[in-house]
Write a protein of this length. Structure first.
Lengths: 41, 546
């Protein structure tokens, strides 16, 4: 596997893993509001 | 007794169900073949740009339309679109949200049933003695010179799969779909991770291995930058984003419609969308091609993915290659087809729920009955795909329902949401209750860039040339006309490339007949659904007047 391929793979995977983890952790940390609760301020 | 109003049990359950809806067979079979076929690593650049400029905005739009419609008691697209403006025609745009789900579910459930059957056959060791290339045509009941097939075993697994779908759907959102996603998604990730690690650690000293699997990985990831200048690469990348995210179907709208007025959609949509990308790019790109390359060599894999589909590699080649893995072979087969099954069922459930919701909301049909109705309709349409598989009926379903309708519906919905409903209302709807701040640039992107992006994909599909785009333009301006590709929309409609177009030959129906018959059936389904929508609204008007 060439150096360019490794760079492409590592860069793309990093971006995807970063955003997947970041958003999913936020989902886990932020409790779901009830259907009729007021929106956040 | 009235049924309890449905809602999601947990936030994680909703995100997993939405991600499960997006993660499908295409993540593991279509993506690696498309990437390898369109410039390798260079494909990933337009792919990620399309994801940010078209995929994510479309996800937000569909979640917002869904939650907005749900506030008015509508959980299927016709009712949701009816609430986006005063125009009476809006609800008929929503018919696409029923049509696409129903007709795609018909052939998708059939493929899903293959994966379930392949899990069984992997475990009992069928592929140890029978080559999948021999097994598969027999399984489909294909006979030489016949366009008809009535395969007993394939029908059995199709019915089993449909029954399972109907049963889960009849249990409702929280106890059915959500539990299926909470079981299916972690298993899918686990199965994928095991296969990816096993595949990447194959060594040239292992029995049967002819080349390092990293050569296959390199084939997918080496950036061939010349591909960036080719419009076909951009169209392929944008097309893949469409299929992988399950946008333009009406299923995302449906799931989001069970959220409350102030419950977040911005973060949930982003999380589900990126999770799909993780499964597709990180897992999907690491299993099929590296393993196939290790045993077949790069040249054979390049030839096998030349059409942009990994179907042959996934169903015919991989089960054979697993036989090199000794005692692990049946388990590897079960893991591979098991992950495809979980990817499939979490998507087919999402296709069923909008149909159930339509009959529940607009015709007051009870959930269990609506689920059975969906099962019967899917079986009837799926039977056409089974019976006329060799005649090309399956491909017609895939093209008109699974490709063309998605793009058309997405184009309609983005225009209606940002221009008819209005960008101010749309932006307010999207941001209400948001647990993340959406960059304001997306307001501009949603109004101008995303519609333009989809319009280009649509025009690209309609006018796709048989060769390169540059050559086609030269051909047009030198008076030789536009060379439509046989698989362009125009090419399909006018049977371009078919030399001897006849419906019957020697008293037997031909493939041309099957293609036209399938198209007429699909058109008939669309008209029938439109009539059902018209009738439901007429009935409501009558009830309101009384």
């Amino acid at each position: 596997m060439s150096r360019e391929a490794w760079i492409m793979l590592i860069c793309t995977w990093s971006v995807i893993i970063f955003f997947t983890a970041r958003f999913f952790i936020l989902v886990l940390k932020t409790p779901q509001r009830g259907a009729d609760d007021p929106p956040p301020q | 007794m009235a049924e309890k109003k449905q809602q999601w049990g947990t936030r994680v359950g909703l995100v997993l169900a939405m991600a499960g809806n997006a993660v499908g067979l295409g993540n593991f079979l279509r993506f690696p073949a498309q990437a390898a076929n369109n410039g390798g690593g260079a494909f990933l650049i337009p792919y990620l740009i399309s994801f940010v400029l078209m995929g994510i905005p479309l996800l937000w739009v569909e979640w917002a339309i869904g939650r907005h419609g749900g506030l008015f008691g509508h959980h299927s697209a016709p009712g949701m679109f009816d609430r986006l403006g005063k125009q009476k025609w809006l609800k008929y745009v929503g018919v696409f949200g029923l049509f696409t789900n129903l007709t795609v579910a018909a052939y998708y459930a059939y493929i899903e049933s293959w994966t379930l059957s392949y899990v069984f056959h992997s475990l009992i060791g069928t592929f140890h003695s029978v080559s999948p290339t021999t097994f598969f045509p027999q399984y489909l009941g294909e006979h030489a010179n016949s366009i008809f097939a009535l395969p007993g075993e394939a029908m059995f697994w199709f019915v089993v799969t449909l029954t399972l779908n109907v049963w889960i759907l009849s249990r409702g959102l929280e106890k059915g779909i959500e539990i299926a996603a909470k079981i299916g998604m972690p298993l899918l990730l686990g199965f994928g991770a095991i296969l990816a690690v096993r595949g990447l650690f194959l060594h040239t000293t292992d029995p049967g291995v002819v080349q390092s699997p990293l050569a296959g990985l390199g084939f997918v990831w080496t950036p061939k930058l010349s591909g960036l200048k080719n419009p076909s690469t951009w169209l392929a990348a944008a097309g893949q984003i469409f299929f992988t995210l399950s946008v333009g179907m009406g299923s995302i709208h449906c799931y989001a419609s069970y959220l409350g007025k102030n419950q977040d959609i911005a973060l949930n949509a982003a999380s589900a969308g990126w999770m799909n990308e993780f499964v597709e790019v990180v897992l999907g790109g690491t299993i099929l091609i590296p393993i196939a390359t290790a045993y077949l060599g790069l040249n054979a894999v390049q030839a096998a993915t030349a059409g942009g589909s990994g179907f042959g590699l996934g169903f015919l080649t991989l089960p054979t290659l697993f036989q090199h893995w000794g005692w692990f072979a049946p388990i590897a087969g079960a893991l591979w087809f098991g992950l495809l099954f979980f990817a499939g069922i979490t998507s087919s459930l999402a296709m069923g729920q909008p149909i159930l919701a339509f009959f529940e909301d607009e015709y007051k049909v009870r959930r269990t009955r609506a689920a059975i109705l969906f099962g019967i309709a899917t079986f009837a349409l799926g039977f056409i795909c089974v019976w006329l598989y060799a005649g090309g009926s399956f491909d017609e379903f895939d093209f008109w329902s699974g490709t063309f309708s998605l793009v058309l519906f997405a184009l309609g919905e983005i225009f209606i949401f940002t221009w008819v409903f209005g960008i101010d209302n749309a932006w307010g709807e999207l941001n209400r209750g948001a647990d993340m701040k959406i960059p304001r640039i997306f307001r501009f992107v949603m109004k101008y860039v995303t519609p333009l992006f989809i319009a280009v994909v649509f025009v690209g599909a309609v006018f796709k040339p048989s060769g390169e785009w540059g050559d086609a333009i030269v051909s047009l301006f030198t008076g030789h006309g536009w060379p439509f590709a046989p698989d362009s929309v125009i090419g399909k409609i006018f049977h371009i490339g078919v030399t001897n177009y006849v419906w019957f030959q020697n008293g037997q129906p031909t493939k041309d007949f099957v293609q036209d018959l399938t198209r007429m059936i699909l058109l008939g389904v669309f008209i029938l659904l439109s009539v059902l929508v018209w009738f439901a609204w007429k009935r409501k008007e009558r009830e309101a007047a009384q």
